[in-house]
Design a protein around this ligand. Sequence first.
Ligand code: ADP
Length: 544
Amino acid sequence: MLTGRMMAFPLTITHLWQRAREFFPTQEVVSRLPDKSLHRQTYADFAARCSRLANALKKLGVGPGDRVATLCWNHRQHLEAYYAVPMMGAVVHTLNLRLHPSELLYIAQSAEDSVLIVDRSLWKLYEAFGPKVTSARHVIVVPDAGPAPDGTLDYEALLAAESDEFAWPTLDENDAAMLCYTSGTTGNPKGVLYSHRSTVLHALVSCMTDTLSLRQSDIVLPVVPMFHASAWGLPYSAVLAGAKLVMPGPHLDAVSLLDLMAAEKVTVAAGVPTIWLGILASLDAEPKRWDLASVRSMVIGGSAAPGSMIEGFASRHGLEVTHAWGMTETNPLGTVANVKHSLAGRSPEERLSLRASQGYAVPFVETRHVNDEGSPLPRDGQTFGELEVRGPWVAASYYGGDGADRFTADGWFKTGDVVTLDGDGYMRITDRAKDVIKSGGEWISSVALENALMSHPAVLEAAVFAARHEKWTERPVAAVAFKPGQSATPEELRAHIEGRFAHFWLPDAYVVVAQVPRTSTGKFLKTKLREEHGDMLLSKPAAP
Ligand code: ADP
């Protein structure tokens, strides 16, 4: 075998930072503050401030491999931690500010965070768990909503005292860069330790035209929080591309986001479907209020984007959705639902169905689906099985060694998603394994039912869950939230979807809710629905 004679140039985040400083110093990072004002800084400021942060952290004793946690909204200081911490050889650990303090304590303890960077606006949350984190030596407060409390370090004061230069170490591309925990909807949260290499490769592939197609002229709004799977890598891919970043801070309601998109002329925005359902409803209610002519793609993932939403954005507002699938364990981008050139001539309905699927795998991610014995299944678009993935930005194990059963002996990661794959490689998620409804031994796809229900004009959100049943073990029940001032009867909802499914798939009952409960990452929380309504189909015990 002959060895190639190319340089062993490490793929590290430092190169992204260096590029931003060298080629795009005037590019902007815009952050929205809690008081709704906008803060602007350039990439030149960002680069200098990263050096200042690294100098400050080094003086505080942060060394190679140490975990520096963030409890922050999406903003410029969080971005600085995303770069400075890994570039100095330490690991940035993003804490999910929507978790319960007991979960945050569990996660910070198991990560052994040595420094915590906390927004002043999240101080109350910090106080409920932070003082109990035994490994934490320092707390640095980002003064976004008032001065740092006594006994803590003020982020801005720390940076003000430091130099614009830092002697960045030469890193190995396999060094750890970031630690993200899964949200624990399937058991205790588990840590996933991204490397510099996985982060950089993921960012590169995210910039490809046929994936998320980020480019230098883009103005990128990560609505997805930086504590959710590294905001899908956008803080890295946008900087790699040299794009402008617009950070929404704590203002994540539809009207605030639409105001920001219009004011900053955002071209790409990304978030979970619940965010976009709200945005679509606001646009439908006031179609002329916002000028969104600049928007070229809204990246939607994290749970299934309903076809009716994709279609509604396109036909009523001229807005294009890019539907993507991923997981914390996959850095997170795995598949993107673009329509291949060879399929572009299909009917509008078929093209919509492709765009509402989870799409096909991006380069270097491989997908297969398997039966209960682990044998690969046919790619016929019909046979259900568990999705397995592998690739350079797919976890090889969890931090701390939990969940070893998710990794197969032949090198695949078991996603827990139940899917079909078709001959063109398009994947369709029918459910997460834990949400699967098994009625009389037959699988019913809650995702397909939800998508159909959400195409009813009065329905804002729909989540279908398994209710216990004496005869069939489980039957589907739909929780439905209506748009303001609208409603529909169970009969009307049933009539709307019944032509599309086998009779036994149709929900046995409909529960009207004000809002479908959400997980900490903004997805429908079906376990809560099951807890509250899971027994509603059982006959009541006879009164004594
Ligand atoms: P959690 O949902 O536990 O907060 P993740 O964000 O890592 O953590 O969730 C990954 C899961 O989200 C996937 O396994 C899949 O079930 C679901 N998911 C992600 N993207 C999509 C999508 N486009 N369509 C359907 N489900 C999705």
